[in-house]
Design a protein around this ligand. Sequence first.
Ligand code: SAH
Ligand code: SF4
Length: 376
Amino acid sequence: MNTKINLLNMNREELLNFFQKIGEKPFRGYQIMKWIYHYYCNDFNQMTNLSINLKKKLAKISEIRAPIIKKKQISLDGTIKWTMQVDTQEIETIYIPEIYRTTLCISSQIGCAVGCSFCATAQQGFNRNLKVSEIVGQVWQISKTIQLNKNITHNKYSPITNIVFMGMGEPLLNIKNVTSAIKIILDKLGFGISKRRITLSTAGIVPGIEKLTDIVDIPIAISLHAPNDHIRSKIMPINNKYNISNILNSVNKYSKHFKSNHRRITIEYILLNHVNDDISHAHQLAKKLKGIPCKINLIPWNPIPNTPYTCSSRIRIHKFLQILLQYKINTIIRKTRGADINAACGQLTGTITNRINFNISNCTNYTNNIAVNNIT
Ligand code: SAH
Ligand code: SF4
C-alpha cells in the first residue's frame, strides 16, 4: 500500500505546517509550491534549490501525484474531453477554448448522489468524493500539457483563464476538499487564477452555500431548473430537502455578504420540452427571482439516454428568453460545447459505457452565445 503523503493534497497553509512538522523551515513550503504549480515539477530530484538531504527526505515520505491522463477526445468545436484515472475509476475534465477565454470544467466527485433526472452523472450513481489532489490535479495535468506543448510546438493550446466546477459531482457535498482546492487555484504560488474567474455550480445544497460564505468568495451558479417547487421536486429530488425559497434565501445572503460584486449569482435553467419551458413558467420564474441580484443562463438540454425528456424547440427557447428579458433580467442562452464527444453539461459519466451517440438533429444545439442582454 502506498503510504506516502501526497503534497498535492495541501494548500499553502497546510504545506507550511507540513514542513514545520518534519523539522524544516516553513519557507520550504513556498519553494515546493512554486516547483509544483509554476514549473509543473513533480520530481524532488529536479528541485535545484533544495539540499540533497531534503530531496532524499521528501522522496522517502512524500510524493506529488496527480490523476493519470488516460484519454483525450477532441470535439469538432475545439472542446477537449480528458479522461483521467483515479484509483480504478475514471473522471472527466473538459477544456473549452473561446476567443477571449479558455475554461476548464472540473469534476468534484466520482459520480453524483443528488439524482437529478436529466443528468447522465446521476445515472452513474455515486462512488466517492475526489481528494484535493484529484481536484487540483485535473488543473495541474492540463496546465502542464499546455506548457509542454508551448515548448514543443507553436502554442497549440491557449492557457486556462477560467475554472468552473461543473463537471461530475456536486461540489458542495465535497465542500472541504473543494474549498481547499479553490485556495490552491486562487493562490499566487498556486495557479493564481482570480476569484471572479472561478464559478462553482450547485444543485442548491443550502448548508453548503452558507458554509461557503465563511470560506471563499467566488461566483456561484445555482441549478434551479424550475419555476416552482412542484416541477423542481419532480425533476430534482433534492428539492424535497432544499426547496426554492430555502435556496433563494441563502443565495440572497451570499450575495449580500459579498457586496462588492453582487452580480455574482448565476441561475441555471435547463429547458426541458413541455416540462418547464412554457410561457407561464417564464413569468413565474421572473417573479420568483424579483429582488435577487442574478443573471440567468438558459441551458438547452443535452440529450442523454433513459430519460423521459426531449429538447425544447428553438422557438420555445426564444419565447422563454424574450419573457425574461421583458422583466429586465440579464439572460443568455448557454452555448452547447463538445456534445459530439459527450462533453457537454450533464453528459459526463467517467467510467460508464452506455453513452448516447450524439445526433445533431435530435437536439437544439447552440453554437454561439445568443441574445446577451446587458441590462444592469
Ligand atoms: N452538481 C452541480 C455541478 C455539476 S452539473 C450542479 O448540478 O449544479 C453542471 C450543470 O450541468 C448544472 O447546471 C446541471 O444542472 C447541468 N446539467 C445536468 N444535466 C444536463 C443535461 N443533460 N443537459 C444540460 N445541462 C445539464
Ligand atoms: Fe449531480 Fe449536478 Fe448531475 Fe444533479 S446535475 S445529478 S447535482 S452532477
